[in-house]
Design a protein around this ligand. Structure first.
Ligand code: UDP
Ligand code: MG
Length: 310
């Protein structure tokens, strides 16, 4: 049983793979604990699968899980995590944006007793400005509303101990936002800082829509705040409606003004709309969640495993 497992999801990474593998092997040569690499091929349409099969056939410490189709980064990560028995697992991207050179530092922190060690980027990502802004907005909202305790500027490059992994495996929720889930577990954690380089080859596998969805997953699976927004809006409109009602009645009683009946009707409707919006929002939120759980789909379906027992 290896002490350290490195899980790397791959989606069309043929151009980065050999350099990644070389750097990894170079780094791993110098560490004192036993290791394995688990490549998870997330339904790549290029030569990625062929290349990792090749690497695995030459080195039995390199293992491969290939999914039937593209299930997405988070599911691919989970497929890797489910199939390791190591004492510690490092998850990292396969596009060399997570430098393998950091691995020994992550291990050092683990040996010091931290159960979760995050690699935290010092620079801001050199992405499209819109993506960068949205990312900043996301963290700003999350932080200012205390929605999730996930640390800032960390991605999925981290080391987790076996104990964390066992707890994580127990969480089979369908909407997965691993960063949030791991920090939610609350184990003792530490950071290693680094400068995140740009993606060298190939294009980012995350489409804009997927990123938005990940952000929304991050919001909705970790907070009941949206419910409170509905409540807030509803209460505000009810208060405004009541305010007008009081004003009109006072105006009639004190100044002897005449108000048309329709003004009262509009005001009453306004008040009741407030209640309705609150209810519809709450129901929708619950129905969405129930729907999601009820589907109970597999998180992923393994196409084949190499160098792994069945
Ligand atoms: N990835 C994956 N499935 C996907 C999209 C991406 O397994 O559907 C992998 C990809 O090969 C890379 C990692 O997830 O190893 C991070 O992807 P990407 O570089 O696109 O994300 P970013 O760096 O933009 O956050
Ligand atoms: Mg990347």
């Amino acid at each position: 049983m290896p002490n350290l497992s490195i899980v790397i999801p791959l989606y069309n990474e043929e151009k980065n793979l050999s350099k990644l593998n070389d750097t990894l092997l170079q780094v791993l040569k110098n560490i004192s604990i036993s290791w394995e690499i688990i490549f998870v091929n997330d339904g790549s349409s290029d030569k990625t699968l062929k290349m990792v099969e090749d690497l695995a056939s030459r080195n039995s410490s390199i293992k491969v899980i290939s999914l039937t189709r593209n299930f997405g980064h988070q599911a691919a990560l989970m497929a890797g995590l489910d199939n390791t028995t190591a004492d510690a697992v490092i998850t990292m991207d396969g596009d060399l944006q997570d430098p393998p050179e950091l691995i020994p530092e992550l291990i050092n922190k683990w040996e010091e007793g931290f159960l979760v060690v995050y690699a935290r980027r010092k620079n801001y990502r050199n992405d499209h400005f819109l993506k960068r802004w949205l990312s900043m907005l996301f963290y700003f909202i999350v932080k200012s509303l205390k929605m999730s305790t996930a640390p800032k500027n960390v991605g999925d490059f981290r080391l987790i101990d076996r104990r964390v992994l066992e707890e994580l495996k127990y969480m089979r929720e369908r909407t997965r936002y691993l960063r949030g889930m791991i920090s939610w577990l609350g184990f003792k954690s530490s950071f290693v800082d680094y400068n995140r380089p740009d993606r060298e080859n190939g294009k980012a596998g995350y489409s804009f829509n997927q990123l938005i969805r990940l952000a929304l997953d991050g919001f909705f699976s970790f907070s009941r705040l949206p419910l409170r927004i509905g409540l807030f809006l509803g209460v505000i409109s009810i208060l405004i409606g009541l305010g007008f009602m009081v004003y009109m009645i006072a105006d009639i009683l004190i100044n002897d003004v005449y108000y048309h009946l329709y003004k009262f009707l509009v005001d009453v409707i306004f008040i009741f709309m407030g209640f309705l919006f609150i209810l519809i929002w709450i129901l929708g939120e619950y129905i969405g969640r129930i729907y999601h759980e009820v589907k109970g789909r597999n998180l992923y379906i393994i196409h084949k495993k190499i160098n792994l027992d069945d």
